[in-house]
Write a protein that binds this ligand. Structure first.
Ligand code: SF4
Length: 261
């Protein structure tokens, strides 16, 4: 597909959780792949998370996450398929010896969770009762395996981090995240969840519908096992689908005057 594009500017005005929300975006006018749209989805995710943070702060709660606190980076980070391909490409582009080091971290983590049977249990999640599903997350966390991109307890791919990582913010004491117990970790209440929307609108027949995401540590294997979906939509079509899934309602026309680069 020819990825040369013109651009279209647009504005979306809607209410989320009763709060007015306006977003101005510039998106490709011609059909592009989901991967090409990923920076737009990331930018939108930042805006939505910001709205949820504002709502929490208005209610007197303050985000306690800070640089150098990577306790939450030991969770099974859920990625959309497009993010799994983007992460694999990012690792491919790393300079040596970093690329080999990061690949080894992915391999070691995958081997570990294969041996514990965690991946098998995840594949069968659709058959498990809700409390067993939740246990899968705590089981993973209790193994203490850091995300391959965690360096000195900070994210080494901050600008490119998955949408799920952008959404994970807490207002409880930061030290509680390392020793989570029932009720001692209070997350920001998300008014909407762009990470789940991205998983849904980019999923292919390769995805187990009961799982609906790719665990971060499987992303290199995923990208090595499946062909990336190269089908394209215009930026406006992507935005319409994204917002429709996110808000469960139709969004009025996005595009205004086309702008040519
Ligand atoms: S990508 Fe970054 S923020 Fe997300 S889990 Fe890994 S280190 Fe943490």
């Amino acid at each position: 597909m020819n990825q040369e594009t013109d651009w279209v500017e647009g504005k979306i005005a809607l209410k989320i959780g009763g709060l007015p929300f306006e977003l101005e975006m510039t998106v490709p006018a011609k059909p592009v792949t989901a991967r090409r749209m990923l920076p737009v989805f990331q930018q939108m995710s930042n805006s939505f998370v910001g709205l949820s943070v504002d709502a929490a702060e208005t209610a007197g709660r303050k985000v306690s996450c800070k640089a150098g606190c990577g306790a939450c980076c030991r969770q099974p980070v859920p990625l959309a398929e497009v993010e799994a391909f983007a992460i694999a490409a990012l690792v491919e582009e790393l300079p040596e010896p970093k690329r080999t080091e990061i690949r080894k971290r992915f391999d070691d983590a995958c081997r570990h969770f294969t041996e514990t049977g965690w991946f098998d249990r995840l594949e069968r999640v659709g058959e498990l009762p809700p409390d067993e599903r939740q246990k899968l997350v705590t089981e993973y966390f209790s193994e203490g395996i850091p995300c391959p991109f965690l360096e000195d307890e900070s994210c080494s791919i901050h600008e490119s981090r998955p949408l799920a990582c952008r959404e994970y913010l807490v207002t409880s004491p930061a030290e509680n995240c390392a020793q989570p117990k029932a009720g001692n970790v209070e997350g920001i209440h998300l008014l909407v969840k762009p990470s789940a929307t991205l998983c849904t609108i980019t999923k292919t027949e390769n995805m187990n519908p009961a799982v609906n995401f790719v665990p971060m540590i499987l992303s290199l294997r995923w990208a090595g096992s499946f062909e990336e979906d190269e089908s394209g939509r215009t930026g406006e079509e992507w935005m319409a689908e994204f917002f429709k899934n996110l808000t469960k309602s139709e969004i009025p026309g996005f595009g205004e005057a086309p702008r040519t680069n």
